[in-house]
Design a binder for this molecule. Structure first.
Ligand code: SAH
Length: 200
């Protein structure tokens, strides 16, 4: 999976490739879809949500230039897979999921897998997690109309946020937003399709 779908497709970040090789994706997908866990596609995880395509997880991980020592916030825990990939590289991952049973399920799985540097909260990620901010980077895995201001406020100066922006149910744009002198500097990365960022 990592060679043909990710490295050969242009993802060069060594830490990302190493993390993608390490995290057992089949443990993050439903039992009946295990045989498809390493396919080049997103998969349903219940509650109308999906685990992103492996390439997308790698792309978003590499986009924030992950490194040791970083504290990262993720919005949309889902299966917990993206959080696990990040946690292989950075110091700590704070992740928020709005669908309670999904949040509970991924909390249990991540604990079982021994991740001590991932902290899951159930709730609306729009507000972020100010008690633990500011963050070096923020990864949003659900499509929003615009960057939630509280999230941008919790980004460190020079920090980066990767977020799909656009209408739910259509093609959105994956955007890399950098905080430069307190202002948002946006760069469009690629067209994507994500589940909607919902509000409580
Ligand atoms: N990162 C996940 C992908 C999950 S899909 C993975 O690796 O599996 C996006 C997730 O965002 C869904 O689980 C959805 O319930 C969640 N979500 C949508 N709106 C949200 C919000 N406002 N706050 C927190 N989570 C949200």
């Amino acid at each position: 999976m990592v060679k043909t779908q990710i490295a050969d497709e242009g993802i060069k970040d060594a830490a990302t490739l190493k993390a993608m090789r390490k995290v057992p994706r089949h443990l993050f997908v439903p039992e009946n879809l295990k045989s498809q866990a390493y396919w080049d596609m997103p998969l349903p995880i219940g509650f109308e949500q999906t685990i992103s395509q492996p390439y997308m997880v790698a792309y978003m991980t590499a986009a924030i230039r992950p490194a040791k020592g970083m504290k990262v916030l993720e919005i949309g825990t889902g299966s917990g897979y993206q959080a696990a990939v990040l946690a292989e590289i950075v110091d700590s991952v704070f992740t928020i999921e709005i669908v309670e049973p999904l949040g509970k399920q991924s909390t249990a799985l991540l604990k079982k897998l021994g991740y001590k540097n991932i902290f899951v909260k159930i709730g609306d990620g729009f507000a972020g997690w100010p008690e633990h901010g500011p963050f070096d980077a923020i990864v949003v895995t659900a499509a929003a109309a615009e960057i939630p201001p509280p999230l941008f406020a919790q980004l460190k100066e020079g920090g980066q946020m990767v977020i799909p922006l656009g209408k739910p149910g259509s093609v959105q744009t994956l955007v890399l937003a950098t905080k430069e002198k307190g202002k948002i500097v946006k760069k469009n990365l690629l067209p994507v399709r994500f589940v909607p960022f919902v509000r409580e």
